[in-house]
Ligand binder design. Sequence first.
Ligand SMILES: *Cc1c(COP(=O)(O)O)cnc(C)c1O
Length: 441
Amino acid sequence: MTSPWSRSAAWTDELTIADVPVSVLAERFGTPSYVLDVPDLRTRCRDVVAAAARAGEEHGIATSVYYASKAFSSVAVLRWAYAEGLRVDVASLGELATALRAEVPGAAIGLHGNNKSEAELDLALRNGVGRIVIDSLSEIELVAERARAAGVTAPVMVRVTTGVHAGGHEYIATAHEDQKFGLSLASGAALEAVARILATPELRLLGLHSHIGSQIMVPEGFVEAARSLLRLRSEVFASTGVLLEELDLGGGFGVAYTADDDAPDVPALIAGLVGTVAQVASETGEAAPALSFEPGRSLVGPTVTTLYRVGTVKPVRLDGGGERLYVSVDGGMSDNIRTVLYGATYTAALASRRSEAQPVLSRVVGKHCESGDIVIRDVMLPADIRRGDLLAVPVTGAYGRSLASNYNQMPRPGVVAVGEGDPREIVRRESIEDLLALDLG
Ligand SMILES: *Cc1c(COP(=O)(O)O)cnc(C)c1O
């Protein structure tokens, strides 16, 4: 069991985050709002960097940790992450521009994507990007051409589809991956990419990359992928004499969305992987590679709580007997699509007051015009929950604001940072005027 609440959350007469009562936040910034617990975020960043570095030192392995900024990209968050020793992964022009605006040096930025544009490559190369992760054979020539045009050598890695696919509590090893990312190990495409890159003077091959999935709770899949990459590295060494300097094991480390989830201790998991790679490499007699990791969700997910205002509360008779309380909030699938998209589970609590009322089976729904607009399918909430109450939903920091939409012409909520100086919006709430400004009539 892992508590889903951010680390500075506490209960007095109401929920407080970094000692700020949620009623004060709602009053000042409105609802819905994403509330970011900054000390929690900074601690998670620091801990993962320190754990990787410590394990690395023990085994003589250089380590680096990239924040996968697609989980939540904002200038303030990238500044904090970089200040705590992280580098930053981006996968679009907008994410790259955000990292640059946050003054993350190009050398500390990694560029991903299965369909990188020339504009993305050019901006990345102009800023001395630390690495471009090659995702297809055709991209090799494209990156080489943009590097030639920029008059630079591009540092690249090869994204390898190892056949290990992981997610949730399980991992399944399959020989072929019918999906868009990476270069297949099984078909020989990965090895072919390595050979072509080594023969391309505009490219400098740093190493191999693997990202096996998301919301992964156990280390086995990562270990399997690491072994695959190490085998491929040995193969490259045997056939070309080049010993690749770095392996990246990607992200995907799971978090607890509810008290029923058993989330891994991510710093410990990463430290363990460093040890495993050191051991496997030593069995081959080759020098161990430098290692990098790319957590996204596990850094930012648990640090954000969505605050909603409760509106309509409606008891609904269930087919098999019994009743469910439908609790409507002032947001919904526009600020949290994960329940609808992935069948994700969340918990919630009445946050603005204490209640002694009996907990009853409830469903938290949004205000959008479809019955599938569900934030939490099943949750126990006090029977006296009513219009005007504040409802808090934890662990919404990853793929929350970043997947938000304007469905029903709803302005997207702001992100409020607490625990570092005065509470302030780090991403402004959209206004109706913002939406209308895009409409050219
Ligand atoms: C999405 C992604 C990550 C981060 O995944 P999380 O589940 O958020 O940790 C890391 N690396 C790559 C290449 C990704 O696409």
